[in-house]
Design a protein around this ligand. Structure first.
Ligand SMILES: [Zn+2]
Length: 254
């Protein structure tokens, strides 16, 4: 059984984050700190949910924490970008929900681990623009045009927020849960020690079957049954249980 953060440790975290001013608080400087913490029992296990204050984007980022990450080494971490349509509504236009659930399920069974839930809907362009891009695809725009409309996420910004969140949680080193080895560099560049990588393997289900089926035809891209390409909203290409070694290799190349 994993040991969760104690009430006293949570109090301490909240106090030190309250006092932390990110080097003298300068509105130009990024400041990310813990604002609130509560228990979050879920279908994926026992977690704490940690809400963060962010001084620049006004977004309420969150960490879903299992076990005790304080001053710990090699903490498994998954970075997930918010996708309302996938995460909450079960959209089949992407596989965000599969990736999120697989990460929570895996981490919920580990001694400790963290899912960083980054509030960057549609790669940071927001829900409306994401839906505009979907609409363009529905009306025959190809994926490149729709991708341009959707905008590409600024990965660096993700890493900066993620690194700050992990520092606020006093994580010493992490094992990044990702299918893309190159993503490790982004966090390392910001001073986060990444000691390893854990592949995120998604169990097959009726909703991602199509991905496997079409993988052969067009590797690395997600198509729905009508043959239209999906936008990839998460940073990682999914690895679904049952893929061949060759398919996994393709998934791990960005
Ligand atoms: Zn999505």
């Amino acid at each position: 059984m994993s040991e969760a953060m104690t009430h006293m440790q949570i109090r301490e975290l909240l106090d030190e984050n309250c006092e932390n001013s990110c080097k003298g608080y300068n509105p130009q400087e990024l400041c990310v700190k813990i604002a609130a913490i509560a228990d979050l029992p879920s279908r994926f296990g026992q977690f704490h949910i940690v809400a963060f204050y962010h001084n620049q984007d006004g977004k309420e980022h969150a960490a879903i924490v299992h076990g005790n990450p304080l001053d710990a080494e090699d903490v498994p971490v998954r970075m997930h970008s918010e996708c309302l349509t996938g995460d909450a509504l079960g959209s089949l236009r992407c596989d965000c929900r599969d990736q999120l659930e697989a990460a929570l399920r895996a981490i919920g069974q580990m001694e400790r681990g963290i899912v960083l839930y980054l509030r960057q809907e549609g790669r940071g362009i927001g829900l409306t623009n994401k839906i505009r891009a979907y609409g363009l695809q529905d009306h025959g725009y190809d994926t490149v045009e729709a991708n341009l409309a959707l905008g590409f996420r600024d990965d660096e910004r993700d890493y900066t927020i993620a690194a700050h969140m992990l520092q606020s949680l006093r994580v010493r080193s992490i094992q990044l849960m990702t299918n893309n080895p190159r993503k490790i560099d982004g966090l390392t560049a910001l001073g986060m020690r990444v000691t390893g990588r854990i592949p995120l393997i998604i169990p097959p289900n009726p909703y991602n079957e199509f991905y496997l089926e079409t993988k052969e035809r067009k590797s690395g891209h997600m198509l729905d049954l009508s043959g239209k390409e999906h936008l990839l909203e998460q940073m990682d290409r999914p690895i679904i249980d049952g893929m061949t070694a060759e398919q996994i290799e393709v998934a791990q190349e960005d």
